[in-house]
Design a protein around this ligand. Structure first.
Ligand SMILES: [Zn+2]
Length: 395
């Protein structure tokens, strides 16, 4: 028996998604849930574009040699889904795909920094005992991104990422962010001088962005140090979401180069970055945070149109089509239930706005707008504008 505010229970109650044994750790998104996931994807996509990322899409399955080059075959194979007699694996990350794109471009120094993003559907074969609803999945959408730049551009890139990430979190309702700085682990690639420089750069950039980072000695990846961003929720839990990692290894392994001003071919530096990490997990967090009453921009349906009686169905249809054309996710409730019951049902489904239309509203071309306990009658076009404005994404 799940607690009422467990996101798996909320997902069932609101008809958002389900899980079943035959696909452990993977989500069956129902129409209402998928709308919400897509709204979150759209926001993350806009955020990446505003940050200068070009979106790409890379293959779901890649052959073994690529994973050997990236090091995943040696270090991560037990967590990968491997097919066809060990020769092909579902991607657990999108980095190799982005490196392969860059390798074919041999960009000029003028093209740098080059930023690629991908809403990558990744697969990780997590042990079944660790799976936990949307919080820990075997298949999820990772908001992955990579920056390729010269060394003198690195600090500005990291500072820019930190500032933009803090803006994103604030827009999503998380004002408080905990930052940690993970430095060189015992087992690592690259020389001491390179690590000194890399760690200094990341710390400096974090300071420039006004962040105080907690130092986690030896917590870095074997290929480079990282900054990690965790969001505390109102239940006192802490979710590690964003990360930016400097990579001193993969550009070399994948032999990517750019043409310097001198005509020489040089190796770019690489940053891996994610803002929310897993979009599905973030939705799980937000669902629990709001007990299923998602902010209007994220709600599966943003507005319901409820006619008082069947005589008002045509006007209700007209109102609903206007809302749709204004880009709103709307529901038309023509069910054979009492008016108060239908309003209550909309409320239970977490729909933030309800427009009630009856004879008086039809005659005057108005609607009665209900938001929470408040209610007011407005001209139809004003109401559409008002609701569209209130449902606009925060970025
Ligand atoms: Zn990466």
């Amino acid at each position: 028996m799940l607690a009422d505010n467990d996101h798996r229970e909320i997902g069932r109650r609101l008809d958002l998604f389900h899980f079943q044994e035959e696909a452990a750790g993977m989500v069956f998104w129902h129409p209402r849930g998928y709308r919400t996931l897509r709204a979150l994807e759209a926001l993350i996509r806009r955020h990446a574009e505003a940050d200068g990322f070009a979106e790409v899409r890379t293959p779901q399955l890649l052959r073994q040699p690529i994973w050997e080059t990236s090091g995943h075959w040696q270090h991560f194979k037990q967590n990968m889904f491997v097919l066809e007699d060990d020769a092909l694996a579902a991607k657990p990350v999108s980095c190799p795909g982005h490196l392969e794109i860059l390798r074919r471009r041999a960009p000029s120094y003028r093209d740098l920094p080059l930023r690629y993003s991908e809403l990558g559907l990744v697969h990780r074969n997590e042990p079944s005992g660790t799976l936990h609803g949307l919080f820990r999945l075997r298949q999820f959408t990772q908001d992955d991104g990579h920056v390729f730049c010269e060394e003198h551009q690195l600090e500005a890139e990291v500072a820019r990422f930190c500032a933009s990430l803090i803006r994103l979190y604030a827009a999503l309702g998380f004002e408080h962010v905990e930052v940690s700085f993970a430095s060189r682990p015992d087992e690592r690639a690259g020389s001491e001088q390179v690590w000194d420089r890399a760690e200094e750069l990341l710390q400096q950039a974090a300071r420039r962005a006004g962040l105080t980072a907690l130092h986690v000695p030896k917590g870095g990846a074997f290929y480079g140090p990282k900054l990690e961003f965790a969001l505390p929720d109102r239940l006192g839990r802490r979710w590690q979401c964003g990360t930016i990692q400097l990579d001193l290894v993969l550009p070399e392994r994948f032999d990517v180069q750019f043409v310097a001003a001198s005509g020489e071919r040089l190796r770019p530096l690489m940053l891996h970055r994610a803002t929310l990490g897993s979009l599905e997990r973030f939705l799980g967090i937000v669902l629990e945070q709001h007990d299923g009453r998602l902010p209007a921009w994220l709600a599966p349906e943003q507005v319901a149109v409820v006619p008082v009686e069947s005589a008002h169905h045509d006007y209700a249809r007209e109102v609903e089509s206007l809302l749709r054309r204004a880009g709103l996710r709307s529901a038309l409730d023509l069910r054979d239930e009492t008016l108060s019951r239908r309003i209550a049902l909309s409320h239970e489904q977490g729909i933030p706005y309800v427009l009630v239309v009856g004879g008086r509203e039809h005659a005057a071309r108005t609607v009665s707008v209900r938001e929470g306990d408040q209610q007011r009658v407005m001209p139809l076009t004003d109401a559409v504008l008002r609701v569209a404005e209130a449902c606009a994404p925060p970025l």
